[in-house]
Design a protein around this ligand. Structure first.
Ligand SMILES: *Cc1c(COP(=O)(O)O)cnc(C)c1O
Length: 430
């Protein structure tokens, strides 16, 4: 398919990045299950290694099945390029890697996936990087946290697990004024519900493990570049603007322009960090994305029905779904994600920690798993699992207090899900 900016989302989710296979005419993107690619001749090989010609060398760097997925996600997000990797967490490291050096920091929202809080507050210290966590609703605090060593601002569009919606435009303006890129984790929203680049994001990261694949089969991640950031405007981003010794002094930004960040992600990031997505995983995710909009519409429809039912139930203290009029973020849905607030939210059960544990054990359709964005409905008690490593203050800030469970509403019959919650709540609060 030729790139047509006029194509709608439903067309692009099926066709972007996919062309009939030039060798066989195969209509579906083949799984190129190969490690290496034969060079046309010695000169071709030398040009590829010198980044003078783009082509396939070795599957740690590039693979045609993975490349199709990269192009599809970049197109759906409105970016110029994307790099897929082995998981969402790998994508986050890959996203920061070209920006950071020892001593640098990332200013991150307090409302993040629990694993990201741990990765940013603990593990990245081993690289000499650090993170400062601030409430992104407090724009003055955000401004104050950005210092001379800040190289990125990081948040989620719809924050897991609390259903919090970030005012992306306001945050992007602060990052812009400070001359640092805004990275948005768009996992919970997906490009169908929210396109962060349209709200000023520089980079978008995904755990493709979740809604993009959609059925809980493979882990994967992706970093999408808007192509709009001027990496040479300051001396803050030497990996992209200064001569690269590993490629004979080539300057990525000068040489590749808007594709500098994407090329760096492949030529340095995947080459040396090796967090590569395999072609089987790319295949499953390509299959999933074909039905993304259909699934997301149903996820949202079910989530609204179930959140409303829970909110009206006397056994429930509160529901944090931004799609409810009672949510302080209800108005932000209209500007940030007008097609819906996703299908991920938390609710507090009267009876606290013990009742939550009993609820999780009593459900029959909902699965108790540490995952989200599956066709199946999922539930987890975050305080005893994914957010266990956090302090009680961090748990509360992340929307994962002990009396709260998180649900990822699937695409089953909403009435069946409500009946399941009803019987389990009866047992949990008996
Ligand atoms: C799951 C998740 C991640 C991490 O992704 P993995 O594929 O599990 O490594 C990051 N951010 C969010 C919002 C997630 O839901």
């Amino acid at each position: 398919m030729t790139d047509g900016p006029s194509y709608g989302f439903d067309t692009l989710q099926i066709h972007a990045g996919a062309r009939p296979d030039p060798a066989t005419g195969a209509r579906q993107v083949p799984i190129y299950q190969t490690t290496a690619y034969v060079f046309r001749d010695a000169e071709h090989a030398a040009a590829l290694f010198n980044l003078q010609e783009v082509g396939y060398i070795y599957s740690r760097l590039t693979n045609p099945t993975v490349a199709a997925l990269q192009e599809r996600i970049a197109t759906l997000e409105g970016g110029v390029g994307a790099v897929c990797c082995s998981s969402g967490h790998a994508a986050q490291i890959m996203a920061l890697f070209p920006l950071m050096t020892p001593g640098c920091n990332v200013v991150a929202s307090t409302r993040l996936y629990g694993g990201t809080v741990t990765q940013f507050s603990q593990t990245i210290k081993r690289f000499g990087w650090s993170a400062k966590f601030v409430d992104f609703d407090d724009l003055d605090a955000l401004k104050a946290a950005i210092d001379d060593d800040t190289r990125a601002v990081f948040c989620e569009a719809i924050a897991n697990p609390g259903g919090y919606i970030t005012d992306l435009r306001a945050v992007a303006d602060v990052a812009d004024a400070a001359g640092v890129p805004l990275i948005v984790d768009n996992t919970s929203a997906t490009p169908y519900l929210c396109r962060p680049i349209e709200h000023g994001a520089t980079l978008v990261v995904h755990s493709t493990t979740k809604y993009l694949t959609g059925n809980g089969t493979v882990t994967g991640g992706c970093v999408v570049d808007s192509g709009t950031f001027d990496w040479s405007a300051s001396n803050k981003f030497p990996s992209l603007s200064a001569p690269e010794p590993a490629y004979h002094g080539l300057r990525f930004h000068e040489t590749f322009g808007p594709l500098a960040y994407t090329f760096h992600g492949i030529a340095i990031g995947l080459r040396d960090l090796g967090m590569t997505m395999n072609p089987q995983a790319a295949h499953y995710t390509l299959m999933g994305i074909e039905t993304l909009s259909l699934r997301m519409d149903r996820h949202v429809e079910n989530a609204v029905k179930i959140a409303k039912w829970l909110e009206a139930d006397p056994r429930i203290d509160f529901v944090t779904y931004a799609g409810l009029e009672s949510s302080p973020y209800f108005d932000r849905v209209k500007t940030v994600c007008p097609k819906g607030a996703g299908a991920l939210f938390t609710f507090a059960v009267k009876g606290g920690y013990e009742a939550c544990m009993k609820l999780v054990d009593s459900l029959e359709i909902f699965s108790h798993v540490a995952n989200l964005g599956d066709t199946r409905s999922l539930i987890i008690h975050s305080a005893s699992t994914t957010h266990r490593q956090l302090t009680p203050e961090q748990q509360k800030a992340a929307g994962a207090a002990p009396n709260v469970v998180r649900v990822s509403i699937g695409i089953e019959d909403a009435d069946d899900l409500i009946a399941d919650l009803d019987q389990a709540l009866a047992r949990a609060t008996a």
